[in-house]
Design a protein around this ligand. Structure first.
Ligand code: IVH
Length: 695
């Protein structure tokens, strides 16, 4: 009996020991898994450089979720399953959450007089010498990120300044917001404040790609706001288009900092994106010059700004001035003049675009916005006329959307103008080829004649010669118009086969120009595979999709023999795009055109670039004005040779190409001992390669 008992106890003990061992082992495994996933997250979200495939990452995360569900006592609220897991949940949105300290706004001034009167004068009365931190005022949506022990736990919109909306799930998708802070001695609790925004480039992509449930946004700020509000059934990838820049902090458990500059430096050290254009000045004139510089050059920035922000740098001095109910007294926003102008709609013309869609163009009395005269704007399609309830004689508000494209954002109907309004007559036949227009499901009108319609042919040929396609700069858009109007060319092959006889029939085209064009067309054009695909003008195949396709298919032949399954295997290519491609390659006429194009074009495939050429895999930066070659052409040629073109100099840069009036990049290159090449030398080297080496 005793023996039996002993055996029973031993077995129990072994079982308990095994359980303890298993727990210990599992805990170690969970910690290890969390560490691995965190390091992948770090690479993905902070370095923007993922080194794991999605399905492998999912496998690791599922493993961790399983283990944590089996042993709930090993769960941890800072585990990556609690943060990045959100990637796989649907978007939950709009739950209210308090800020730890209020998120205030800024007082604005719009001219130098007010800047002095309302900001510098009261400050100078109390403290005689102070330095100011001058920052850009990012035009996005304010956000408050809460980090506990370095882990991102929530992201809240500004709301009423006290309570905002919890949009953590969406914010986790933004690549440059770290889920975990870098560095040592991290504060236990830290609120980081900044702005989420969309770059001008991504804004264009957004409006083109219709990722946004077919909504067209009029400016970058409304795009961010609109997308955050779309929420339901939204394509998660849309948040990849967003960016974040921080301008300061809110609550912090210890008081670490002496001045604003130090805060921004520390944030950078933590891996938080901050703006590189921030400057510290004590001189009033330098501050005003900072404003003037960015007012003039803001179009060069990749994102929109609506002014500058001037802050007393020293935090003790900031506290002397304190806050009003809604804004600090130690900071001011010095805003740029409004980008909107009011004018009168004179008439609406109708054009047919490359895809056959009828596009209304609004003509109005000329307005000047930021130094540019504008007298017309596209209305995209006829639905826009209805949406705006637009009529001839209306007072309209013009905005330069995304800082560039003019757009009618509003119609102001006054009692005075209401009687004079005249309906806009929508055409029933194509204004170019007179064929009867058809209606799409969404009421958009289009011409079905494809390249038999001269307007569509002209638009296509302009696309064909454009920079991102074949890149033929010797044939201008006006020449294309003339050639098509005179029935001298019917397709892209005719364009590449232009001869003296045809060209001499074009009015006002001198012998010199003809010679130039023919000399250029005599050579076979070298075009990278992605650009060739783009040049075909397949509906919905933009340059981004062309890039993706060019990496997926090794050769053009592979691409032409593709099928629906293969196409749908390419991430980010949907069914509609796949069908457009199949539709295109199914048509004999298109294959015929491609075959004839290949007689005049050499396609360069990514893996066909000779590794022996001097520029292969070299990291190259260009500075200054070029005299003999356009920058775009140079970049294009270097890329064909496999060079990597960067915008900023770093120690890793191999070559700096220098033109006239180089920037400080030249000094940096000298400091880092980087090879410097001038324009003449680069042209010489490129010519040598073009003559002696086959790509
Ligand atoms: S500081 C307590 N700095 O502008 C003062 N704000 O119009 C906090 N903004 O709500 C603001 N760029 O969202 C500051 N460099 C910058 C900014 C900036 C954009 C936004 C911010 C603020 C709004 C006020």
């Amino acid at each position: 009996m005793e023996k039996k008992n002993l055996k029973f106890h031993i077995i129990r003990l072994i079982k308990i020991l095994y359980k303890i061992y298993k727990l210990f082992y599992l805990k170690k495994k969970i910690i290890k898994l969390r560490k691995i996933i965190n390091s992948y997250n770090y690479r993905y979200y902070i370095l923007n450089n993922s080194n794991i495939l999605d399905y492998q990452y999912d496998k690791l995360l599922t493993q961790l979720i399983k283990l944590e569900n089996l042993y709930p006592y090993l769960q941890d609220k800072y585990s990556p399953t609690q943060l990045v897991g959100a990637k796989y949940k649907s978007f939950v949105f709009f739950k209210k959450k308090n800020h730890k300290i209020p998120m205030l706004s800024l007082n604005n001034v719009f001219n130098e007089n007010d800047l002095f009167k309302k900001f510098f004068f009261p400050i100078n009365k109390i403290i005689n010498k102070s330095s100011f931190c001058c920052e850009l005022k990012f035009d996005g949506i304010a956000i408050n990120l809460l980090y506990k022990n370095g882990y991102l736990v929530s992201a809240i919109t500004r709301g009423d300044g006290i309570i905002g909306e919890n949009i953590t799930q969406n914010i986790l998708q933004i690549k440059n917001i770290p889920h975990i802070l870098k560095g040592k001695n991290l504060p236990k609790i830290l609120e980081i404040r900044g702005e989420i925004f969309i770059t001008k480039k991504n804004f264009k992509l957004l409006n083109q790609k219709k990722l946004n449930q077919n909504k067209l946004f009029s400016n970058t700020r409304s795009a961010v706001l609109g997308i955050l509000k779309l929420n339901k059934n939204i394509n998660k990838k849309i948040f990849n288009l967003f960016n974040f820049l921080s301008y300061g902090i809110g609550f912090i458990n210890k008081n670490f900092f002496l001045n604003q500059q130090e805060i921004l430096k520390k944030l950078k050290y933590y891996g938080i994106p901050t703006c590189k254009h921030t400057k510290i000045y004590s001189s009033y004139y330098k501050i005003v010059n900072f404003y003037k510089y960015f007012k003039k050059n803001r179009h060069l920035l990749p994102y929109n700004i609506d002014g500058i922000v001037i802050k007393i740098n020293n935090i003790k001095k900031q506290n002397i001035f304190g806050y009003t109910n809604h804004a600090p007294k130690w900071a001011i926003a010095y805003k740029f003049p409004s980008q909107e102008k009011l004018t009168l709609l004179k008439k609406v013309n109708f054009q047919i675009g490359r895809t056959g869609i009828l596009t209304p163009i609004a003509n109005f009395n000329t307005v000047n916005i930021n130094g540019v005269n504008i007298s017309f704007a596209t209305l995209y399609n006829i639905n826009e006329i209805k949406r705006l309830n637009l009529k001839i004689g209306d007072n309209i508000v013009i905005q330069r959307c995304g800082d560039v494209i003019p757009k009618i954002t509003n119609v102001i109907i006054s009692k005075k103008s209401i009687k004079k309004r005249k309906n806009i007559l929508i055409p029933k036949i194509c204004p170019s080829c007179n064929s009867i227009l058809k209606k799409k499901k969404n009421n958009i009108l289009y011409c079905t004649s494809e390249l038999f319609c001269k307007a569509q042919l002209k638009a296509y040929l302009k696309h064909f010669i454009s920079r991102n396609a074949i890149n033929i700069s010797f044939i201008g858009e006006k020449l294309i118009d003339k050639l098509v109007d005179k029935d001298l060319i019917k397709n892209s092959v005719d364009l590449l086969n232009l001869n003296n006889f045809t060209l001499s029939k074009v009015e006002n085209l001198g012998n010199k120009s003809i010679k130039k064009i023919l000399k250029f067309l005599k050579k076979k054009q070298k075009v990278t595979f992605n650009k060739f695909l783009f040049s075909l003008g397949i509906p919905e195949i933009g340059i981004v999709t062309s890039n993706i396709i060019s990496f997926f298919f090794k050769t053009l032949e592979d691409f032409l023999n593709t099928n629906l399954i293969k196409l749908q295997n390419i991430t980010s290519i949907g069914e509609k795009t796949s069908l457009n491609i199949l539709n295109y390659i199914k048509k004999k006429h298109n294959i015929n055109i491609i075959q004839n194009l290949l007689k005049k074009i050499d396609i360069i495939y990514p893996n066909n670039i000779s590794e022996k050429n001097f520029f292969y895999q070299k990291k190259i930066v260009i500075t200054g004005k070029l005299k003999f070659i356009t920058r775009h052409n140079l970049v294009n040629q270097l890329m064909i040779l496999g060079a990597i073109i960067n915008t900023n100099i770093s120690k890793k840069t191999n070559i700096l190409i220098v033109g006239i009036n180089p920037s400080s990049k030249l000094l940096k290159a000298i400091k880092f001992n980087i090879k410097i090449i001038n324009e003449n030398k680069i042209i010489y080297l490129l010519n040598q390669i073009n003559n002696f080496e086959k790509y």
